[in-house]
Design a protein around this ligand. Structure first.
Ligand SMILES: Cc1cc2nc3c(=O)[nH]c(=O)nc-3n(C[C@H](O)[C@H](O)[C@H](O)COP(=O)(O)OP(=O)(O)OC[C@H]3O[C@@H](n4cnc5c(N)ncnc54)[C@H](O)[C@@H]3O)c2cc1C
Ligand code: FES
Length: 489
């Protein structure tokens, strides 16, 4: 056990694994590496079933890999419902499957320390939006803290191996993981602080201050942080959408982004033969990333009559010999405990399956790449009003052009404010950081100039054919924000 699924040679990535770490899983000894999560170490050792669904007792496995679904909940050192995909493996840990529901231990034996913090700006999420907010506000003189529940900062950037397009100011030409490194270096240089493995779990309004409770994992237990802040910027990103089809719960059906985390962050091969569902940028990019990791890609299917992502990515995949089947969808996954096949079917112009066109594929992986939804739970809990904007991927917090929500002093930026892409996330983060500095009187002239430059860059970016739709969604959102505020007067 321990090495069967690991990638040791990769054309772009060099996996620097730390010291080996031993832990117990269901009474058996498993070996992982420090800096990887429990779920990754288990997957690499051949464990694919992480639990059973509560209602139907179905097997469940890896899905998002970034703490956004509940597919990987296990009992760790007696504590139930631990998200094992974002919990680093530690020497001597006791990990158990928890059955259909998590049961609290009779004798809680958990060390919880408490700490209070006060900052001018608290940022929740260290993806491109959060890092850029942090860099901008810190440079303008504000005391800033970024928290992120994942063990590695950088959000979705850390799993992108391809070079990004766009403007040099937003690091075009660098690969996603290099952008994350450069931004973190920029944050460190200007003195910005960040904490990883720290989840924001609850919002309170106390003594005219925003207050967030956050839980930070530590070697020997947890630390409960009570963070008071004058301004909050939520940059919590997005989660991958699911797709309904028979046996979609089986281990082997994974989010495309979840598989990027497994392969490109941790160097673990997800399987051997893949079907990809969805020809947007994420589906296309995962196609050649799978090939780089030595996975055979049997087909990429798309229900629409055209590819949704950039043609440059589609052409690259076609050149590498991957069939891209338009007007096709998945009919069902095959298998009992894991995926061992899939049936695909053609669809008509109304996306209805055409009987008799079914085709069986011999695959052990089905990757779902059918869009993202903004992660906004924490803003709902804070009471920020939301609206449904189709152009921005669904329900989003209502915000204005300065990225301020309907609650004074609470801002949102990046995918959490509507699904777009990384340059947009950075520019929105810059706007939020500069708007806060201007309002709080920290270098207001510089802050205004930075904000205005970012507006003009964003509006140029949104003239491109792929982002026009985002511009329209944001226009609707600003209009609704104005209506809400005029009712408040
Ligand atoms: C699979 C995938 C592939 C992509 N490929 C590309 C691409 O090739 N090019 C491109 O331009 N864009 C790409 N994107 C889009 C781009 O990555 C995103 O638009 C961008 O990362 C959004 O940045 P963000 O900062 O808003 O969110 P994210 O990068 O998602 O970062 C959000 C962070 O918030 C943290 N977080 C969430 N909730 C909490 C909480 N309660 N407490 C603490 N921390 C929390 C998360 O751990 C995460 O690190 C891709 C996105 C995905 C999902
Ligand atoms: S929360 Fe761990 S796989 Fe989704």
């Amino acid at each position: 056990m321990g090495t069967i699924q690991r990638i040791w040679r990769h054309p772009i990535l060099d996996f620097k694994r730390g010291r080996s770490v031993r832990f117990q899983f269901e009474g058996k000894r498993i070996e992982g590496y420090e800096n990887e999560s429990i779920a990754v170490a288990l997957f690499a050792s051949g464990v694919k079933v992480f639990g059973r669904s509560r209602r139907f007792n179905h097997p469940m496995g890896w899905f998002c890999g970034i703490g956004k679904c509940s597919s990987c909940l296990m009992r760790v050192n007696g504590i139930p419902n631990v998200r094992t995909c974002i919990t680093p493996v530690r020497e001597g840990m006791r990990v158990e499957l928890q059955g259909r529901k998590g049961v609290l231990p009779d004798e809680p034996n958990i060390k919880v320390k408490k700490k209070e913090e006060y900052v001018r700006v608290l940022i929740i999420g260290s993806g491109p939006a959060g890092l850029e907010t942090g860099i901008t506000s810190t440079k303008l003189g504000l005391d800033t803290l970024i928290i992120d529940e994942n063990p590695i900062p950088g959000g979705q950037l850390i799993k992108q191996t391809h070079k990004f397009f766009g403007s040099k100011k937003e690091y075009a030409g660098l690969r996603g993981f290099e952008i994350a490194k450069t931004m973190l270096e920029g944050l460190r240089k200007c003195g910005g602080r960040y904490l990883t493995e720290t989840s924001a779990i609850g919002y309170y309004w106390k003594n005219k201050k925003h207050k967030f409770l956050a839980v930070q994992k530590q070697e020997d237990g947890y630390q409960l942080l009570e963070i008071k802040a004058d301004n909050i910027v939520v940059t919590s990103g997005a989660s991958e959408n699911y797709l309904p089809f028979p046996r979609n719960y089986l281990p082997g059906v994974y989010g495309a982004g979840g598989v990027q985390t497994l392969m490109n962050v941790y160097g673990v091969k997800p399987g051997n033969k893949a079907l990809i569902v969805g020809a947007g940028n994420v589906g296309l990019i995962i196609g050649y990333q799978l090939l780089q990791a030595g996975v055979e890609v049997k087909a990429l299917i798309e229900a629409m009559p055209h590819v949704g992502g950039y043609l440059v990515h589609a052409s690259k995949l076609a050149r590498l010999g991957v069939p891209i089947l338009l007007r096709h969808t998945i009919k069902e996954a095959k298998g009992e405990e894991y995926v061992n096949g899939a049936t695909i079917i053609e669809v008509d112009e109304n996306k209805q399956p055409i009987e008799g066109t079914e085709r069986k594929l011999d695959v052990d992986l089905i990757l779902i790449a059918v869009g993202l939804s903004a992660s906004t739970k924490i803003l709902s809990q804070a009471g920020c009003e939301k609206m449904f904007v189709q152009e921005l991927g669904g329900w989003i917090p209502i915000h204005n052009e300065n990225m301020e929500t309907t609650i004074d002093g609470i801002y949102v930026a990046g995918d959490g404010s509507g699904i777009a892409e990384a340059s947009t996330a950075m520019l929105e983060g810059r706007i939020a950081g500069a708007a806060i500095a201007e309002r709080e009187g920290y270098n207001p002239e510089d802050a205004r100039r930075i904000r205005e430059d970012a507006f003009s860059e964003l509006s140029k970016l949104r003239q491109s054919s792929s982002l026009k739709i985002v511009a329209e969604g944001k226009r609707k959102c600003q209009q609704r924000w104005n209506e809400v505020k005029s009712h408040e007067k």
